[in-house]
Design a protein around this ligand. Structure first.
Ligand code: KG4
Ligand code: ZN
Length: 395
């Protein structure tokens, strides 16, 4: 079976083509067009700009993945093109690109189109969904609407890894922080989530406070790693809280941690003289020094790690009363963090269960994981497929 996967839930336009044989995946094509440059200046993702960029990027991304050659003339009947135009009436730029570059290529041999329908930014999700619908009409291929978070959870399957069920999933991304129980690839239940900011969001906000670029995760990780490798002695006045670490439930909270970093930075800065350049530019302010940034990044990452390990341990202990959990799967953008993964792996070893994550490329948003989840999802009629911004893991 061949699955074409489309992912536009946030700020990456991603398309992949997967071949599945006996539940083993082979990636035939995979591309991601990142919008980091567009959103960098806002320090976060701007939904309408994301939508516009997806509309611009989808056709080039598809052509890159399918590697199809042009035919000399349009090969689709007018009736289909009219339906496609209607589907894409809110994305005229996408329709134009499709008309110009896709109407003269032969339908590829694919069996289904997997498209993310949530959770995510609705304007961004809609572009991907409408594009999938347009392709579905043109090529007579069914659509399977995929839950983005299930994609993160199942991503390791794309790399020939096996999830033994029941499994516990820790999903840590820019928009979500969730502990889930999965009895099978299609049966997921939420055990606990963040009450406020997601784990990756905390990384991004802290990065912004420290004057680092967006997305902040990899930058914080680099500073923290530097502080650890230099064995800088921990500065006790830099201690940060571990929010909800000892609460009985399986919920998280990261907003307070980010605020604590903000206050800490202000405190450090208040002991400094203003830097002449920044005062001149009217921004006022005092600077935290590089070494201090490294120490703050390390302490922040330590706090995140402590909370994640402790809550996952609580979930494992709690769940093992009812289920014999066989695998701990960690997914989502923050699972690209080596230090956090190393510590979660140790935890899995303690519980004597299998530990799984994916390579860094499949930890952050991509379409391969959507294709994988697409194997385990049922097709739906086009009229029933719509973007659901706050889609829960159960759906
Ligand atoms: O899963 P993802 O690509 O997008 C969402 O579904 O949200 O996650 C993106 C998040 C961002 O917040 C980013 O800062 C974070 O993942 N991230 C990291 C690392 N790489 C990406 N956080 C910590 N350490 C990293 N190495
Ligand atoms: Zn994601």
């Amino acid at each position: 079976m061949k699955i074409l996967a489309i992912e536009t839930s946030c700020d990456d336009t991603a398309i992949a083509l997967l071949e599945v044989k006996k539940s083993k995946f082979r990636v035939l094509g995979d591309t991601i067009i990142s919008q980091t440059k567009i959103h960098e200046k806002y320090g976060g993702v701007f939904p309408m700009k994301a939508k516009m960029a997806h509309a611009k990027n989808l056709v080039p991304a598809l052509l890159k993945v399918l590697k199809l050659k042009k035919h000399h003339k349009t090969i689709f009947p007018e009736g289909k093109i009219v339906r496609v135009r209607k589907i894409l009436e809110r994305e005229p730029e996408l329709f134009d690109a499709l008309q110009e570059r896709l109407l003269n290529i032969r339908p590829p041999k694919i069996d289904r189109i997997a498209v993310t329908y949530g959770p995510g930014l609705e304007p961004a999700l809609w572009v991907g969904i409408n594009f999938a619908k347009a392709l579905s009409i043109l090529w007579n291929v069914p659509i399977v609407p995929v839950n983005h978070m299930r994609g993160h959870f199942l991503a390791p399957l794309a790399e020939s890894k096996t999830i033994k069920f029941p499994a516990l999933g820790l999903l840590i991304s820019g928009g979500h922080t969730e502990l889930i129980l999965a009895k099978s690839p299609t049966s997921c239940k939420l055990l606990g989530a963040t009450r406020d900011d997601a784990c990756g969001e905390a990384y991004d906000k802290v990065a912004r406070i420290l004057g680092l670029p967006y997305p902040g995760g990899p930058h914080i990780a680099r500073l923290a790693e530097k502080a650890r490798s230099q064995k800088l002695t921990a500065n006790n006045s830099f201690t940060l809280p571990r929010p909800m670490m000892h609460s009985k439930n399986l919920e998280f909270s990261f907003a307070g941690l980010k605020t604590a970093v903000l206050y800490l930075v202000r405190k450090v800065e208040s002991t400094r003289l203003p830097s002449p350049e920044r005062s001149k530019s009217g921004q006022g302010g005092w600077k935290v020094e590089q070494k201090e940034k490294e120490q703050i990044a390390r302490e922040f990452e330590e706090a995140v790690k402590d909370v994640l390990v402790s809550k996952t341990a609580k979930a494992l202990a709690h769940m093992s009363d009812m289920w014999e959990i066989k695998t701990l799967v960690v997914g989502g953008g923050v699972s690209a963090n080596t230090y956090i993964m190393k510590n979660l792996k140790k935890l899995a070893e303690k519980f004597n269960i299998k530990f799984l994550g994916s390579s860094k490329a499949l930890a952050t948003d991509n379409a391969v994981m959507i294709g994988v989840a697409g194997l385990y999802t049922k097709a739906k009629p086009l009229g029933k497929i719509r973007a659901v911004g706050n889609l829960p893991i159960e759906k």
